[in-house]
Design a protein around this ligand. Structure first.
Ligand code: ADP
Ligand code: MG
Length: 455
C-alpha cells in the first residue's frame, strides 16, 4: 500500500473509534508523508494539532498504522501547511454534510432525480419563485444584471450566505433563466465538491486535458459552495486555469460560498483576488415580512391552506433560515394532510421543541459536557490546577460560553470553574472572543460545540 492508501485506512479506523467532533477537528488535513525505517511521519496543519495528536491520539494512531502496515514502530508528527491530500477531507465533508437536516437530503435527492443531466439544472428553481427582500436584494439585483447580459456586467459574481438562505436556489434560477432566453448557450451548474471529485478522477485516469477542454467550452459556469475547495491545491490550480480562460473570453462565472472570499481558509491568494474582482453580494436571514411571503407562497405551491394566525406563528418562531420554514410546511403536510382544518393549538403542539427559546433551556452542565465531549477530556480535570494546554483551552472556551450564552457574571464563572479569580474569567472570555475573530478553525469548532449544546 502506498502512503495515501495507508492513511486513508487509518482515518477510516479513527473515524469509527473517536468522537465525530474530534475526528473533524483533529484529523482533517492530516496526511502520511513517509514511512521509512519503521518511522511514520504524519503531516499536520498546525502546532496545536501536533501537540494534540501527540498527547491524545498517538497510541491509537500508532495502533491503526501498524494494523495497516506492520513495519511501522514509531510515529512522528510534522507541521506542514501546504501538503494536504484532498481525498480524506472529501470523505470528511461528505460525512459532515449528512448531519444537516433531513430536508436537505430530500432536496438533494430531488435535485438528482429530475435534473437536466447536461446542465445539472433543476426546473424547480426559478427566478419567478425566488422571493426578494432586504436580506437578498443585492444578490438578486446582481443576478438580474447577469441574466440580462451574461459575462458583460459583473464577472464573476460571488454570492455568500449561511445554510438554507437560498444560494443554490438563486444560482440555479439564474442558470434556468439564461437557458430559457438563450437556449444555445453551453451552461453548467456544479458544486465544488463534485468538481473536486472530477479533478481527482481525471488525474487518476490521466484525462485532465479532456476535463479542461470540456470546462473551457462553457459559456456560463456556476460553481456552488466553493468553500469546499479550501485546502485542495490541485483542484484550485485547475479551477484557476479554467476561470482565467473563461474570464478572458467574457464568459460568465457565478460562485456561491458560505462565507466571503477573505474568510475562506486555505484558499490561494490568486483565486481570492479573482473572486474579489467581480461583484460580491451577501444573502442574510430573511425578515418577518419576507418569511411571511415565503411561507404563503410555498403553502400555495404545496396546496396547504392555513389560517393567517398560523402563518404569523410560524414566521415569528422560525427565524433563521428558509429551509426550516419550508421544512415546517412539509411536516404540516405530512401530519395533517387528511384533516380539513388545522388549528393553531395543534401547530403549537407540533412545533413545541422547535420554538422553545434555546437560551433558556441550556445549563452550565450542558455547556461543560458539550465542551468536554468535543475535546475528549474528563470534566473533573477542568476544576483542577491542570495547565495542560488542551485542558486550559477547553476551560477558557467554557468560560466564554458561560458569559456569551448564559450571561453569568465573571466572579460566578470563576467560582464555578474550580474557584478561580474573576480576572481569569475576564481574560479567558476576551481571549477566546478575539481568537474566534482571527481563526476560522476555532470559529468552526465553537459553532459545532454550540450546535451540540443546543441540540
Ligand atoms: P442554500 O443553498 O443557501 O443552503 P437553498 O437555495 O438550498 O439554500 O434554499 C433552501 C430552500 O429554501 C430551498 O428549497 C429554496 O427553494 C428555498 N428558498 C431559499 N431562498 C428563497 C427565496 N428567497 N424565495 C423562495 N424560496 C427560497
Ligand atoms: Mg446550497
Amino acid at each position: 500500500m502506498d502512503n495515501t492508501e495507508v492513511w486513508k485506512k487509518v482515518l477510516t479506523d479513527l473515524e469509527l473509534n473517536i468522537s465525530r467532533a474530534s475526528y473533524i477537528t483533529w484529523m482533517r488535513n492530516t496526511s502520511l508523508a513517509s514511512k521509512e525505517n519503521g518511522v511514520a511521519i504524519v503531516n499536520v496543519p498546525s502546532a496545536f494539532s501536533k501537540e494534540w495528536l501527540e498527547n491524545k491520539f498517538n497510541k491509537l494512531i500508532l495502533k491503526f498504522l501498524r494494523d495497516a502496515c506492520s513495519e511501522i514502530k514509531e510515529v512522528r508528527y510534522e507541521i506542514s501547511l501546504s501538503k494536504h491530500i484532498p481525498t480524506p477531507s472529501i470523505v470528511l465533508k461528505k460525512k459532515y454534510h449528512t448531519e444537516e437536516p433531513a430536508i436537505n437530503e430530500f432536496q438533494e435527492k430531488l435535485l438528482e432525480t429530475s435534473v437536466d443531466s447536461k446542465t445539472n439544472l433543476h426546473p424547480r428553481y426559478t427566478i419567478e419563485s425566488y422571493v426578494v427582500g432586504g436580506s437578498n436584494q443585492l444578490a438578486y439585483a446582481a443576478s438580474q444584471a447577469v441574466i440580462k447580459n451574461p459575462g458583460m456586467t459583473y464577472n464573476p459574481i460571488f454570492i455568500y450566505g449561511g445554510v438554507g438562505l437560498g444560494k443554490t436556489h438563486l444560482l440555479q434560477a439564474i442558470g434556468n433563466k439564461i437557458k430559457e432566453v438563450q437556449p444555445n448557450l453551453n451552461l453548467l451548474y456544479i458544486s465544488s465538491e463534485r468538481f473536486t471529485m472530477e479533478v481527482i478522477n481525471a488525474i487518476r485516469d490521466k484525462t485532465i486535458d479532456k476535463l479542461k477542454d470540456e470546462y473551457t467550452k462553457k459559456d456560463l459556469l456556476i460553481i456552488d459552495d466553493i468553500q469546499f475547495i479550501s485546502g485542495k491545491e490541485k483542484t484550485q490550480e485547475e479551477f484557476f486555469h479554467i476561470f482565467n480562460f473563461l474570464y478572458d473570453r467574457n464568459k460568465q462565472i457565478i460562485i456561491s460560498s458560505d462565507r466571503q472570499p477573505k474568510a475562506l481558509p486555505l484558499l490561494e491568494e490568486r483565486l481570492r483576488s479573482r473572486f474579489e474582482g467581480g461583484m460580491i453580494a451577501d444573502i442574510g436571514s430573511p425578515d418577518f415580512e419576507m418569511r411571511m411571503v415565503i411561507l404563503k407562497n410555498k403553502a400555495q405551491e404545496k396546496k396547504i391552506q392555513l389560517e393567517e394566525e398560523i402563518f404569523t406563528f410560524l414566521a415569528m418562531n422560525i427565524q433563521k433560515n428558509i429551509r426550516e420554514l419550508e421544512g415546517a410546511l412539509n411536516i404540516i403536510q405530512a401530519k395533517y394532510s387528511n384533516q380539513e382544518e388545522i388549528t393553531l393549538a395543534q401547530i403549537k403542539k407540533s412545533f413545541n421543541d422547535l420554538i422553545k427559546s434555546p437560551k433558556k433551556a441550556i445549563s452550565l452542565k450542558q455547556i461543560i459536557k458539550s465542551v468536554c465531549d468535543f475535546y475528549d477530556i474528563e470534566d473533573n480535570t477542568l476544576l483542577q490546577k491542570n495547565r495542560r494546554k488542551e485542558v486550559s483551552m477547553a476551560r477558557q472556551i467554557i468560560m466564554y460560553f458561560l458569559r456569551e450564552e448564559l450571561r453569568y457574571s465573571y466572579p460566578y464563572i470563576g467560582q464555578k470553574l474550580g474557584g478561580r479569580d474573576h480576572t481569569t474569567a475576564i481574560h479567558a472570555y476576551k481571549k477566546i472572543k478575539k481568537e474566534i475573530e482571527n481563526d476560522i478553525n476555532l470559529e468552526e469548532e465553537i459553532n459545532l460545540i454550540k450546535q451540540k449544546i443546543y441540540s
